[in-house]
Design a protein around this ligand. Structure first.
Ligand code: SAM
Length: 325
């Protein structure tokens, strides 16, 4: 096998990069109202440092990159990062995960810089509820952001809804209807019970699928991009798709192809394990590309076989917004 693979023969070709731990929302399951302790500015990787890591990773076989956070669009000059990552030949897919609040302002420059596609997190279509979940009155901005992303040709624009029992699960049909009526690509995600979201009650994918049957038959279809953890369907003949990401009811660790770079320069082999390999100190002491490659391989070798959330084994070190969700 060429490229990177871990101790369980999983090919590793995907790097998720957290560019900030700041966020302009305070989702009840992700961040406390006062936010989280932020990394000092001096500890945050500069864009050129991220580029050096991505370059070394690409030389080992990483060809897919996603920018996340925190909220990536609150970091100044994100388009510049997109542009310099695009110059790395092997990387053929650069995507962004955002809450969409600032997307309308940035969609065009991001697209011009080389961004291909975007995932927007949106848990409700109701203004009051949006305020309750995110502690901000920004639903209109997010919807405008989604519209703008489509207009500039970011494709696909996927909408990620974390479905929480008793909070927003009564809206799954409304989101599914948007795949039929407006060609949205909606993915329903089971919330993971850790950090501030520890008490979240999830709705298993099988239950959501059963509820959707009232709208028609779901036909399996292929993902438009990549081989991520989602399983995709569409209602016969309709333009959009419905996806399901089920980290709890059908864990997909056996297929995991990713590494995560934290905002302060640690390489994290698994979202749900506290293990990390430090890159920043090496970078700041002049590490060569060969040295970076050695550290990346070390992180890959440490990748655990699977998470054990359901057995109550939770990561304790950092929250989702600090690791890069
Ligand atoms: N700010 C960006 C956004 O909102 O998409 C990127 C970072 S955010 C941490 C990434 C995703 O993680 C969001 O879709 C959010 O809903 C999700 N998330 C946060 N905590 C979660 C949890 N406990 N379980 C499942 N998803 C979670």
């Amino acid at each position: 096998m060429t490229g990177l693979s871990d101790s369980f023969q999983r090919p590793i070709n995907y790097l998720r990069i957290s560019v900030t731990d700041r966020c302009n929302l305070r989702c009840i399951y992700c961040m406390p109202p006062h936010g989280v302790k932020l990394s000092p500015r001096s500890e945050i990787l500069r864009y050129e440092e991220i580029q050096a890591v991505a370059q070394a990773a690409a030389a080992l076989g990483i060809n897919k990159v996603r920018l996340t956070g925190g909220e990536p669009l609150v970091r100044t000059g994100l388009s510049h990062l997109v542009q310099i990552l695009c110059q790395i030949e092997v990387i053929d897919d650069i995507a962004l995960t955002t809450n969409g609040v600032l997307l309308r302002q940035h969609a065009f420059t991001l697209k011009e810089a080389g961004l291909r596609r975007v995932n927007v997190s949106l848990d409700t279509l109701k203004r009051d509820r949006f305020h309750r979940i995110t502690r901000h009155d920004k639903l209109g901005d997010v919807l405008n952001g989604i519209k703008a992303a489509k207009e500039v040709g970011l494709d696909p624009v996927k909408v990620n809804m974390v479905v929480i029992r008793g909070i927003n699960d009564d809206e799954v049909l409304d989101f599914a209807r948007l795949t039929m009526e407006q060609g949205w690509h909606v993915r329903f995600i089971e919330p993971m019970p850790f950090g501030i979201g520890e008490s979240l009650s999830f709705v298993p994918t099988s239950e959501i699928q059963e509820r959707l049957l009232s709208l028609g038959t779901l036909e399996p279809c292929l993902p438009s991009h990549g081989n991520g953890p989602a399983k995709y369907f569409r209602f016969g003949g309709t333009p959009g798709t419905v996806g399901f990401i089920s980290p709890l009811s059908e864990h997909f660790c056996f297929n995991c192809n990713r590494l995560r770079l934290t905002v302060d320069g640690k390489l994290r082999p698994c979202l749900l394990s506290d293990e990390e390999v430090d890159l920043k100190n090496h970078l700041r002491h002049g590490a060569s590309s060969e040295e970076l490659k050695r550290l990346i391989k070390q992180a890959v070798a440490q990748k655990p076989e699977r998470h054990h959330l359901l057995e109550g084994v939770l990561p304790t070190g950092r929250s989702m917004c600090q690791v890069g969700g």
